[in-house]
Design a binder for this molecule. Structure first.
Ligand code: ARG
Ligand code: ZN
Length: 877
């Protein structure tokens, strides 16, 4: 049943060209496929032809133009097998019929808002036609699309448009698209429908002209401008940062309302969840604009890291995803504030990947086995995968890293590659051995580093003793030590770094200390003044660090570290220590400790006018409930965590009220709204100030939020005010929620914000509210964005209410998951991952969560997607 990396075999048959003729029809779409097949010269001799299929209806099969007798093949919904195909190359023609309107899985060809679109990654192409549906079979595609002209005036395919016209006397028309670049079938796409478009022309670095277009639902073209401009910036950046030029005459993006994931990098025809395309100041927040910019870039960057060079098999998914996330993170860092982007990315990594790594769904960046590949589009493959690439850059330095990338592009262009081949390019470029580094791809779990120091100021030596442990994860009880690039600095009393001279090595280049052993001693010479070590600067390695830094040291770093990431980290660590202490106090019936030191550190950051507002906003955002739960790690009580965090926010709001209020007034926007990073940063800080001012619950501050809600001329300020109001059980909250629903009732993406906010209210009445909202006319289980907004927000982001002590949160989510599983297994399985931390809960909730998981597991008709998640969640670890 499970598929194993070690079982990989080259394909028996290769496909050189694919000609598809797709006649679109709402319920009976017909696909004629003509495949030029030949035996793989590197395979083991004559082999049957086995093609994948999924819910297909076969109509006819011919070989080299002659009908194939029914006795010579077997075709059904799940595949087509020809036991004795010709010995040499031949042409196979197959006609199939599918029903796009009945396709609720949103994989393969389906309809969204009446438009036809496709999603083929990972294994959706087999839902369109029979094919060797694996990424190491790369072919050149020509696609003819035909449809009613009225129903689908726009017809788009991969590559360049080569012909179009009417089918005389039928009311139908056609378009022929040709993609000259060989590609795996998961990159196939087509679109047919009524769409408005926004266009521009881009001139590449070598002077070629490319037509760019963003297609959206009719009437929404005015919301596509930001995405189009972000695409132009992405194309320019990839030329400058990686020397990568675009290769077709057109680049099309289509936004659709029903989409399982964020977006898809189909060659020359990216298809997007409209959430990551559509934006206007009135409907999108600053965070939405930033996400759109990042996802547009991500999909564009896949043209080289994913499409020109693809993956040999799905185990290598991080080859394209980790690398492309790294590239989009670097792009956003260059477009915006690098330190703020790094902090935001690390928050995401810790909030999702560290949590995944600590629970039953933990898996390596490159998994070794899977039952359902769609369940491996995870934070580990994407976000930790990006960290691994970043570590390569830190280990090798920027120039050697770039040389390794250049070698990778030169050597593997047009091919399906592996992680070994990727890493070999860096080993060669750097003349270095990366075999221990490969453990980052194979070992799951977050390494834990312990650091102790001893300073001898007389002798001028500082000794660091550093130990590393990688905790056991499912299927991996024992781990080997990793190669860990730990960037560090020693901050002297004047706030300046002292030089790093490592005994037996010399000056430490770029501050990179490389750990390789379970326990190591590093001696630094020439340290005559007292210093505070600043460890893992910029979060150079995705590890947990326990260092013997006292709160004085942390406060010192919070105000003096030259590394902005570690300034932020110092405050987070201080806050985390206080919060964890207070959680324990609350659980034993004691009172919470109020810490003047933390407030003092926050005040010094707030008053430092050299700091950018976006950074200050990050510092003021204390660890989330999820962060605290993760740091506690076991016997987690979500109510105590909420109470401790709430108490700290109240204390900060009270103690800093005058400063927060001054800042709130000073940061008011004076011009029209602009989504640029600096303006967004000012709004972010101002809205954090508002939220903290209101935290103690003073009526005046709540009224301030209500006023901001009513007067806002942009979604960022309106939504932030509503978010603050949502935390206070007041009449203002319900008035504002009702106003919002009325104001945006025709705008599903905005109504999603309304669903999400209500689902996250930390109040016992929320479960009933969410249940009621599942009957709201704007809610639909058929739309993944609605499901994620209402149910995903409740299950993943409302820690106290999903984890209600009576278990009713679990039962509700499990019930919805089971209903959804019949329609859209991928989205159902994703929602079920909300249970991934169940073992870390205190025993009462743990028992209730386990019982719920077992009830779901006992269901006889689970999809493979859901069964995989539930069984792994319950599995031994
Ligand atoms: N390759 C896409 C991206 O990261 C994600 C597609 C995932 N789709 C899926 N059905 N698993 O940009
Ligand atoms: Zn991707």
């Amino acid at each position: 049943r499970p598929i194993r990396l070690s079982d990989y075999r080259a394909p028996d048959w290769l496909v050189d060209t694919v000609h598809l003729d797709v006649a679109l029809h709402p319920s009976r779409t017909r696909i004629k496929a003509r495949l030029a097949l030949r035996p793989n010269p590197s395979a083991r001799g004559p082999a049957p032809l086995v093609l994948d299929g999924d819910e297909l209806t076969p109509l006819s099969v011919t070989i080299d133009g002659a009908a194939l007798p029914a006795t010579e093949y077997a075709a059904g919904p799940d595949g087509l097998t020809i036991p004795q195909p010709p010995a040499g190359p031949f042409v196979l023609e197959v006609e199939t019929e599918i029903d796009p309107s009945a396709n609720t899985k949103l994989m393969g060809l389906y309809r969204s808002s009446g438009n036809y679109c496709t999603q083929c990654e990972a294994e959706g192409f087999r839902r369109i036609t029979y094919f060797p549906d694996r990424p190491d079979v790369m072919a050149v595609y020509t696609t003819r699309i035909e449809a009613e002209r009225d129903e689908a005036p726009v017809l788009l395919g991969n590559g360049n448009l080569v012909a179009r016209g009417d089918v005389p006397g039928t009311g139908r028309h056609f378009a022929v698209w040709h993609d000259p670049f060989p590609k795996p079938c998961y990159l196939f796409a087509l679109v047919g429908g009524r769409l408005d478009v926004r266009r521009t022309t881009f001139t590449t670095m070598s002077g070629r002209s490319v037509e760019l277009a963003v297609y959206v639902e009719p009437g929404k073209a005015d919301r596509a401008g930001y995405a189009l401009a972000a695409l132009e910036r992405s194309m320019r950046w990839d030329e400058q940062a990686f020397g990568r030029e675009y290769d077709l005459d057109v680049f099309n993006i289509v936004a659709v309302a029903d989409f399982n994931m964020g977006a898809m990098e189909n060659k020359g025809l990216n298809i997007f969840n409209d959430k990551y395309v559509l934006a206007s100041p009135e409907t999108a927040t600053d965070a939405d604009f930033a996400h759109i910019e990042a996802v547009i870039a991500h999909e564009y960057f896949h043209n080289w890291t994913g499409n020109r060079i693809t993956c040999r098999d799905w185990f290598q998914l991080c080859l394209k995803e980790g690398l492309t996330v790294f590239r989009d993170q670097e792009f956003s860092a260059d477009m915006r504030s690098r330190p703020v982007k790094r902090i935001a990315d690390v928050r995401v990594l810790r909030g999702h990947q560290f949590v995944e790594d600590a629970g039953p769904l933990a898996h390596p960046v490159r998994p070794e086995t899977y039952r359902e590949i769609n369940n491996f589009y995870t934070a580990t493959v994407y976000e930790k995968g990006a960290e691994v690439v970043r570590m390569l850059k830190i280990l090798l330095g920027p120039e050697t890293f770039r040389a390794g990338m250049d070698l990778y592009f030169a050597r593997h262009d047009g091919r399906a590659a592996t992680i070994e081949e990727f890493v070999a390019c860096f080993a060669e470029a750097g003349g270095t051995d990366l075999s221990q580094f490969m453990l980052w791809y194979g070992q799951a779990g977050t390494p834990e580093i312990a650091v102790t120091r001893r300073h001898d100021s007389q002798g001028g030596t500082l000794v660091l003793d550093i130990a590393q442990v990688v905790p056991p994860t499912p299927g991996q009880p024992a781990k080997s030590p990793m190669q860990i690039p730990l960037v560090l600095g020693f901050v002297g009393p004047d706030g300046r770094d002292v030089p790093l001279t490592l005994r037996g090595h010399g000056p430490l280049e770029r501050g990179v200390l490389v750990l390789t052993k379970p326990a190591e001693r590093f001696v630094f010479d020439g340290i005559t003044v007292p210093v505070v070590p600043s460890l893992n600067r910029g979060f150079s390695a995705p590890v947990k660090i326990k260092a013997d830094l006292g709160s004085d040291d942390l406060r010192f770093l919070a105000t003096h570290d030259s590394d902005p990431f570690n300034r932020w980290q110092a405050v987070q660590t201080l806050a985390s220590e206080i919060l964890i202490g207070n959680v324990a106090a609350i659980r034993t019936g004691g009172g919470v400790r109020h810490d003047g030191g933390l407030v003092h550190a926050l005040a010094s950051v707030l008053e430092d006018e050299r700091l950018e507002p976006a950074f200050v906003a990050q510092v003021l955002s204390i660890p989330s409930e999820g962060d605290i739960a993760r740091d506690i790690g076991r016997d987690v009580d979500p109510e105590a965590i909420f109470d401790a965090r709430h108490a700290l926010r109240r204390a900060i709001g009270n103690d800093l009220a005058p400063t927060l209020r001054v800042l709130y007034d000073r940061l008011r926007d004076d011009g029209p709204y602009s989504p640029d990073a600096a303006s967004a940063g000012r709004r972010a800080l101002r809205n954090v100030c508002l939220d903290l001012l209101a935290a103690p619950g003073h009526a005046g501050a709540v009224a301030l939020a209500a006023a901001q809600y009513a007067e806002a001329d942009n979604m960022t300020d309106r939504m932030a005010a509503l978010g603050t109001l949502s935390l206070h059980d007041t009449a203002e909250r319900e008035t504002a929620l009702a106003d919002f629903a009325e104001r945006f009732r025709d705008d599903p993406l905005v109504i999603d914000k309304w669903f999400a906010l209500q689902a996250m209210i930390p109040d016992p009445s929320t479960l009933a509210r969410v249940e009621r909202l599942t009957d709201h006319p704007a809610f639909s289980l058929g739309n993944p964005n609605r499901v994620r907004a209402l149910l995903g927000s409740f299950a993943q982001a409302n820690h106290t209410q999903f984890n209600r002590a009576d278990g009713k949160g679990y039962d509700f989510v499990a019930g919805m998951v089971l209903t959804l599983d019949g329609k859209n297994p991928q989205v159902a399985a994703r929602l079920m991952t909300a249970f991934r931390s169940w073992r870390a809960l205190e025993s009462g909730r743990r028992d209730k969560a386990r019982a719920t998981l077992e009830r779901v597991a006992a269901n006889p008709s689970l999809s493979r997607d859901l069964a995989d998640i539930v069984e792994r969640s319950l599995g031994e670890r």
